[in-house]
Design a protein around this ligand. Structure first.
Ligand code: C2E
Ligand code: MG
Ligand code: MG
Ligand code: MG
Length: 291
């Protein structure tokens, strides 16, 4: 009876696993097509300065609307793209969409930087820098309009190479963030060498900081560490006013999360901002020749 039970469970398990890998294989080939055929969408999520309540930028987050399966979870297809070697074409799509969006904000006088997530494989792509330089030239936009986010674990896959790529990005004048901070294994000496502007505390700590003393200590220490290194600190995954209040007490600079605003299609951002309780930064009046 025991053996039969085990066999039965095993079969069930195998069945699920096979279905799962079949789905993954199918999705991988669909993703190639999706990148070329406009199934990807660019969403973005606001970032707000905690002291002033002012919207200070947005993060670009890619979405995949599959014709049969609907929205595919972003974490799932980013992981698939990493396995299938599809990150570079995906990043190219995201960069093009993000520059186009950012330019339309810039052109209408809004100083609202858009940040793009880069993967470990992007950091190894010898053409990444050239591509981004080319996009700045095409759109004739100042570097302050774009920002980049690199996860701590992506940096640690090749610390020396990442340092070099970050230095080149920084030399363009863009702002850089370490994403999901606290979940990788960077050393303080490495961190100190990185030419980055801000740390983004991983949302797992932020979401549990009121219920879990360990998370609260990690958030507080990261705010101090960041500030002591001269860096800004962003909290991601801010889901409630209570967490917002706590972050304000701790002196955290910027908040991102459902309490502030959920990710929405980039084209809806202006309307969202107009009816949101967050204040708007003064529009930049462009210098025009006097004639
Ligand atoms: P991330 O860069 O750390 O982005 C934050 C994620 O947390 C986003 O998930 C966002 O929708 C979600 N989030 C924001 N606020 C809250 C909140 O208050 N509560 C909860 N529960 N979640 C919140 P998303 O969009 O599913 O993206 C997941 C990850 O996929 C991102 O994590 C990023 O690492 C990656 N990703 C997204 N877009 C891109 C992209 O264009 N390129 C690359 N390479 N990676 C991307
Ligand atoms: Mg990010
Ligand atoms: Mg993150
Ligand atoms: Mg994350």
């Amino acid at each position: 009876v025991q053996a039969k039970n085990t066999a039965c469970k095993y079969t069930l398990y195998r069945g699920t696993e096979d279905r799962e890998s079949t789905r993954r294989l199918a999705l991988m080939s669909d993703l190639r097509r999706a990148i070329d055929q406009n199934e990807l969408l660019l969403y973005c999520q606001p970032k707000v300065v905690i002291k002033s309540g002012e919207v200070c930028g947005a993060e670009a987050l890619v979405r995949w609307q599959h014709p049969q399966h609907g929205m595919i979870a972003t974490g799932e297809f980013i992981a698939l793209a990493e396995h299938a070697g599809l990150i570079m074409p995906l990043t190219r799509w995201v960069l093009e969409a993000a520059f186009r969006q950012s330019y339309s904000w810039y052109e209408s006088g809004m100083r609202r930087p858009l940040s793009v997530n880069l993967s470990a494989q992007d950091l190894r792509d010898p053409r990444l820098i050239e591509r981004i330089t080319g996009l700045f030239a095409t759109w004739a936009m100042p570097p302050e309009m774009m920002q980049f986010e690199l996860t701590e674990s992506a940096l640690m896959e090749d610390p020396a190479g990442a340092l070099e790529t970050l230095a080149r990005l920084k030399a363009m004048g863009v702002e850089l963030f370490i994403d999901d901070f606290g979940t990788g294994y960077s050393s303080l000496s490495y961190l100190q060498k990185l030419p980055v502007d801000s740390l983004k505390i991983d949302q797992s700590f932020v979401m549990s900081m009121l219920a879990n003393a360990g998370s609260a200590i990690i958030v507080r220490s990261t705010v101090e560490l960041g500030h002591n290194l001269g860096l800004g600190v962003v909290a991601e995954g801010v889901e409630s006013e209570a967490v917002w209040d706590r972050l304000q007490t701790l002196g955290c600079d910027t908040a991102q999360g459902h309490f502030v605003g959920r990710p929405i299609p980039t084209a809806q951002f202006n309307d969202w901002e107009a009816q949101s309780p967050w204040s708007r930064p003064a529009p930049v009046i462009e210098d025009r020749p006097l004639n």
